[in-house]
Design a protein around this ligand. Structure first.
Ligand code: HEM
Ligand code: HEM
Ligand SMILES: [Fe+2]
Length: 480
């Protein structure tokens, strides 16, 4: 992946080159995310680890902010990658796009350095502007927020103008409309109010309406595009699925927002709205699952366009996309459904159960398909007809997936104990929290989370090694 840009000029396709630049930063931030997770997980077990040198609050914050940012990078990368392909023309303002990339990357670097080195001290008006805005997952200070809006406007201009001038496929139509909503929602997380209920009310517009509406539609478009590329799926069929999913995701996802309005001081009618609509959310996820597996199964075994007799022309990308179909359904659909009814959520709210769901869903629904897109990018970069999975790609996929699943199960066990003892038995008091934190099942669950975190990290090392070598090796093999 490192040499992919220099050595291959993508047949002069600058948009794809820019896409790969975004992928590279994404994978670096993914690594940073995992390292921070390992530090935070160690601190759960040994609270004095790096105490006052690198606090849990900072490790946790960088862990989840890096998560969101690497995913946004990989998303932008994927769009720049597929744009010329889908629209049939070069991206309009590629120079401006590159400038935006460098500005964004410089800003992200400064923000991360400030997160790591300057997070303690008095909270003043200037703190929101320069140090930390204080909203979980979106803690970037306000100057960076404004910078991000400008960069995203440039990105959106590029996508929109290219779309208008080029061929307007169904996939791109959904993409263009959805990106506007996705980018626009970010602004909801920028208001300032000192009323915590109002603050949370708007904050969830970004987090929930991203991950359960606009991001889901986004990965739907990626899956549609990737299935056409990898297995030669019929455009009419994938686009039909895509429209159905858009309809269903927006149907349940938007009002499903109510499952975050149970206990923050918003009116009680949100209980019913949240319960009903969020309980429907797994339905579109089943549709997405069926969609991928149906297309995959249907095309398997047929000769592809090159006549090689092999239906899948990118093994690792396809494997990650199939993992995405399972992972999205499991992490978001099943683990989400578990705690989405207010009758259950009153006990599970903010426990390790939530963390189990957070890990399984972000990984299953997003990390997987975005890694798949990176493999698709490499295939394009090196101009490889049939990119086969290597040992490294298989180990990476297995260890990362096994690791995250293991973390999810460990946290679910801890969460179960927490719900039973802290919430149900002892009535959610301050002492109850500490009693539950020290029970064997809780501590063992947290220990297994760390072990499985290490497995995940090793898998990540394999992934990086594979991304660095697979393209070059496959190209050499095809030449022979
Ligand atoms: C890919 C999609 C999804 C992602 C990435 C995701 C991620 C998350 C994360 C990270 C949290 C914790 C937020 C915090 O820090 O407080 C959360 C909370 C929650 N999610 Fe999801 N989620 C997804 C889909 C779903 C679905 C489909 C459902 C329901 C069917 C659901 C139900 C919930 C509920 C009820 C909570 C609140 C938990 C609590 O009260 O502690 N999620 N989600
Ligand atoms: C090396 C592997 C990892 C380790 C050791 C790890 C560890 C942690 C720890 C200790 C926390 C803080 C939990 C808390 O405050 O109770 C956390 C939060 C979180 N992590 Fe990870 N993590 C890892 C990988 C991942 C991956 C791969 C993802 C998603 C793709 C992810 C997504 C999240 C999310 C969404 C939260 C916030 C959860 C919430 O608010 O409930 N992590 N992680
Ligand atoms: Fe939600």
């Amino acid at each position: 992946m490192l040499t992919s840009i220099k050595e291959n000029n993508f047949g002069g396709d600058k948009s794809r080159e820019l896409g790969m630049m975004y992928f590279r930063v994404a994978i670096i931030l993914f690594g940073a995310q995992l390292l921070m997770g390992l530090i935070a997980a160690t601190q759960f077990l040994y609270p004095s680890f790096l105490f006052e040198l690198f606090d849990f609050s900072v490790a946790r914050m960088v862990h989840i902010n890096a998560l969101v940012v690497w995913m946004l990078y990989a998303m932008i990368g994927s769009v720049y990658y597929m744009l010329p392909d889908e629209t049939g023309r070069e991206t309009v303002a590629i120079g401006l796009g590159k400038l935006a990339f460098w500005v964004l990357t410089a800003a992200v670097t400064v923000v991360v350095l400030v997160y790591i080195f300057i997070q303690t001290g008095p909270g003043k008006e200037s703190t929101i502007w320069l140090i930390n805005e204080g909203r979980e997952y979106l803690e970037a200070p306000r100057w960076a927020d404004i910078g991000i809006v400008v960069v995203v406007l440039i990105f959106y201009f590029n996508v929109f103008a290219t779309y208008i001038k080029g061929t307007r496929t169904g996939i791109m139509t959904v993409m263009v409309a959805n990106l506007l909503a996705l980018a626009g929602l970010y602004v909801a997380g920028m208001f300032y109010t000192d009323n915590i209920t109002m603050d949370q009310y708007w904050w969830w517009w970004v987090i929930h309406l991203w991950v359960e509406a606009t991001w889901e539609v986004f990965v739907g478009t990626l899956a549609a595009y990737a299935l056409i590329k990898i297995i030669g799926a019929k455009r009419e069929i994938v686009e039909m699925w895509l429209w159905i999913e858009v309809l269903m995701l927006f149907g349940s996802g938007i009002l499903g927002l109510g499952h975050h309005y149970f206990w923050i001081g918003t009116p009680e009618y949100w209980w019913e709205i949240g319960a009903l609509f969020s309980a429907l959310e797994p339905v579109p996820l089943i549709a997405m699952f069926v969609h991928v597996l149906y297309d995959w199964g249907k095309e398997q075994g047929h000769a592809d366009a090159t006549g090689s007799g092999h239906a899948i022309n990118n093994g690792p990308a396809m494997a990650w996309i199939v993992t995405n179909a399972f992972g999205n359904f499991l992490g978001a659909g099943i683990w989400g459904f578990f705690h989405t009814l207010p009758q259950v959520n009153i006990y599970t709210h903010g426990t390790q159960f939530t963390s189990a769901h957070g890990h399984l869903s972000f990984f299953g629904a997003y990390a997987t398909i975005l890694i798949g897109m990176m493999y698709l990018g490499l295939q394009g970069a090196y101009g490889i007809k049939n990119m086969k999975a290597t040992k490294l790609s298989k180990w990476a996929l297995f260890m990362i997936t096994f690791g995250v699943l293991g973390m999810g199960i460990a946290l679910t066990i801890s969460g179960y104990e927490q719900v039973l003892v802290e919430r149900a038995e002892l009535g959610a008091t301050w002492e109850a929290f500490f009693t539950a934190q020290n029970l064997t099942w809780m501590v063992q669950g947290l220990a297994w989370r760390l072990v499985m975190g290490v497995v995940t990290f090793l898998g990540f090392v394999f992934l990086v090694l594979d991304l660095l070598t697979i393209g070059k090796d496959a190209k050499l093999r095809e030449k022979i």
